[in-house]
Design a protein around this ligand. Structure first.
Ligand SMILES: *[C@@H]1O[C@H](CO)[C@@H](O)[C@H](O)[C@H]1NC(C)=O
Ligand SMILES: *[C@@H]1O[C@H](CO)[C@@H](O)[C@H](O)[C@H]1NC(C)=O
Ligand SMILES: CC(=O)N[C@H]1CO[C@H](CO)[C@@H](O)[C@@H]1O
Length: 370
């Protein structure tokens, strides 16, 4: 889809007030609404097929934890997967296999591959997760057999892996927009999906007011009264130079600097707010839609923006991107020379709240092994 159209669809999905939209936006609404209704029918048809056994979820011979999302982009799915995989590999001593469909130019898969390079964590990329899993289990073997007799050969039809533990991520900064299904709204599944989950995690919980958190929590509890709700944050750890990944820089390199945040991620506002909190003198931003592949014309535009900032503040501005942007295509960033490009690295942290903590979260994960 064209970048401009994507942006408009996104704006419609995240507005609560249709009347505030421009006439051009409004002209898209009927079509989006219709597509959304068709999507709803398709979803419920799919559920019916599973229910009556026409489509089967495939059971793998190892425990499966699923990290899901109800909406598109930016809800901390990848950092959460990384947190879980690190814990299993480093503290439990189990080598996990991460299954990802590798959509959107595979930037997330590339990032995972870079982070877990040289560790025992394996990353399986493929649209059919059942087939990908089977090939990895065959190649590397596996432990913790649940019930070997049930390890059927995957049929081409089964694409969905049946899970032991389901975790649903929610973005505190933009939880569910206008509450409509795709493409009119941002929801991939209706909120009733919480009834099948084992835990919900509200990501970027440190960036919103307690009141917003309470609203999100009460909406979740409406569909699943007993669901454990965790809070998490993406805590920045350091930067590295896009031109030299070995060159690590402390977070205070942007202190009192003019910064241009450039990103094509699901939740750009959280990224920009993080940089502001680091004490930058002035923060400007250019946001592209999630997974957008930077082109030379974007590089030209970024450079023009940098030149403006330079004229205005009299010093060379610094560009900051996220790891996902770096992994999508780090070669194109070279064209931003002579400006410095710093890549922000963050780690997911489970916040302590209401008796829920990192420890209780790990206990929940341990349940998947029994
Ligand atoms: C993994 O590390 C090796 C060297 O240790 C390097 O040659 C390779 O490019 C790395 N792969 C990724 C995906 O980062
Ligand atoms: C990259 O950074 C590391 C660490 O600062 C440094 O030792 C190395 O010489 C740099 N490499 C290049 C090509 O500049
Ligand atoms: C529970 C849920 O809606 N999960 C969705 C998360 O996003 C992927 C694509 O990235 C969908 O395929 C899942 O269905």
């Amino acid at each position: 889809m064209d970048e401009k159209l994507r942006k408009m669809v996104n704006q419609i999905a995240y507005t609560q007030r249709l009347y505030s939209l421009s006439p051009l936006h409004l002209s898209l609404v009927p079509l989006l609404f219709l597509s959304s209704s068709l999507y709803k029918i398709a979803l419920s048809f799919r559920h019916t097929l599973y229910h009556f056994g026409f489509l089967r979820k495939h059971r793998l011979p190892v425990p499966v934890i699923s990290v899901g999302n109800l909406t598109w982009g930016g809800n901390g799915k990848t950092p959460m997967v990384e947190f879980i995989a690190n814990w299993f590999a480093n503290e439990v001593g189990v080598s996990p296999l991460i299954l990802t469909r590798g959509y959107g130019g595979a930037d997330e898969a590339k990032m995972l591959q870079r982070h877990f390079n040289g560790t025992s964590v394996k990353i399986g990329v493929g649209a059919n997760r059942v087939v990908t899993a089977a090939s990895f289990l065959h190649r590397y073997g596996f432990i913790y057999p649940l019930d070997i007799t049930r390890f059927e050969k995957p049929t081409p039809k089964s694409r969905v892996v049946s899970e032991k533990i389901g975790i649903v991520m929610v973005n505190a900064l933009s939880p569910w927009g206008n509450l409509q299904l795709l493409p009119f709204g941002p929801l991939r599944e209706p909120l009733t999906s919480f009834s099948r989950a084992d835990a919900a995690v509200i990501h970027h919980a440190d960036m919103v007011h307690d009141h917003s958190l309470s609203v999100i929590k009460s909406i979740i509890l409406e569909t699943n009264r007993f669901l454990p709700i965790y809070l998490s944050a993406a805590t920045p750890s350091h930067f590295f130079k896009a031109s030299n990944i070995s060159c690590r820089l402390p977070l205070d390199v942007v202190f009192e600097k003019t910064v241009l945040c450039v990103s094509a991620i699901g939740s750009p506002s959280s990224f920009v707010q993080r940089i502001e909190k680091m004490g930058a003198l002035y923060v400007d931003s250019l946001d592209y839609s999630d997974h957008h592949q930077f082109q030379m014309k974007d590089i030209e535009m970024i450079k023009a923006r940098l030149q403006n900032l330079k004229n205005k503040f009299g010093s060379k501005p610094t560009i900051v991107v996220t790891e996902k942007d770096y992994d999508r295509d780090n070669k194109i960033l070279i064209w931003l020379d002579p400006f410095d490009v710093f890549v922000l690295c963050c780690k997911l942290q489970i916040l302590r709240h209401n008796g829920y903590s990192e420890d209780t979260f790990k206990m929940l994960l341990t349940r998947s092994l029994c």
